[in-house]
Design a protein. Structure first.
Length: 271
């Protein structure tokens, strides 16, 4: 059992939780809690840390993980390194107020947007430009999965998908829905169009209400920064701008709410 916060493995987990740079360099991220561990793909799990109480919680849900714990530590070539840690050490590692005693380090999935675009006869894509709020990003991921989205495409200014706050708010969708970051969003959007994807920008200048618009089988919705919306350059690439009508003095909706409305209108038109 690990009982020291000075242990290098513990230090590395703390770094992964705190630093986007470390996550990107190591291509690793941290998930915490029984539900997240229960849903985590076995092929991506690299390390597991459990308190004794956490072990009791997880052994019936993920026996493949629990079986790697013996009298303290087992390094199994067929599976992840699974380690018991003291309650004090786990509290130091945890990013939550009420730790459940279950935490894992996962490798980042390597999604290939080209493969997704090549194989699909219908596409629902959510394009994000400069989304900053972790809660918004996580909610968009959950909603996009629920609406049947194929892919999320985000620019490099969008918040880090693998930050602890975003991971928690995805409620497991991060394991299942492909998310691809682009260093050149304009180029990526043109590539979508070359695959027959039509781009619809949620924009205050849109002349047609979003529910009065017919969306094709291959559709991408463009959602901009919470404060500034879409840039002029991205907006100019849209095949059409659509608006979400609002009464009262409200000037704009929360970005995740706007995305939800558009995604589900596409879904409604398919059913």
């Amino acid at each position: 059992m690990i009982t020291s916060t000075g242990n290098q493995k513990i230090k590395n987990v703390v770094q992964l939780l705190a630093s986007t740079k470390q996550r990107r360099e190591q291509q690793l991220y941290v998930v915490e809690g029984v539900k997240m561990i229960q849903e985590a793909p076995a092929s991506q799990i690299r390390q597991v840390f459990l308190t004794q109480e956490g072990y009791e919680k997880i052994r019936s849900l993920r026996p493949d993980i629990a079986s790697l714990v013996t009298d303290g530590t087992m390094h199994n070539l067929r599976g992840p390194a699974c380690e018991l840690v003291s309650d004090d050490v786990f509290e130091r590692m945890s990013d939550t107020r009420t730790p459940q005693g279950v935490l894992a380090v996962l490798s980042m999935p390597q999604w290939n947007a080209g493969e997704i675009l090549d194989k699909a006869d219908k596409l629902l894509i959510l394009v994000l430009e400069g989304i900053q709020d972790p809660g918004n990003l996580g909610t968009m991921l959950r909603t996009a999965e629920a609406a049947g989205a194929s892919l999320i495409l985000a620019d490099s200014k969008t918040a880090d998908l693998y930050s602890p706050k975003v991971i928690r708010s995805t409620m497991g969708a991060v394991f299942r829905l492909p998310v691809v970051y682009s260093d050149n969003l304009l180029k990526s959007l043109r590539r979508l169009q070359s695959y027959g994807v039509q781009l619809f920008a949620a924009h205050l200048k849109g002349r047609q209400n979003f529910w009065d618009t017919d969306y094709p089988l291959k559709t991408a919705f463009l959602i901009g920064n919470e404060g500034n919306g879409l840039s002029d350059e991205v907006s100019a690439l849209a095949d059409r701008m659509v608006r979400i009508p609002m009464d009262g003095k409200t000037e704009s909706l929360n970005a995740s709410v706007a995305a939800s409305l558009l995604l589900y209108e596409w879904k409604r038109q398919r059913t």
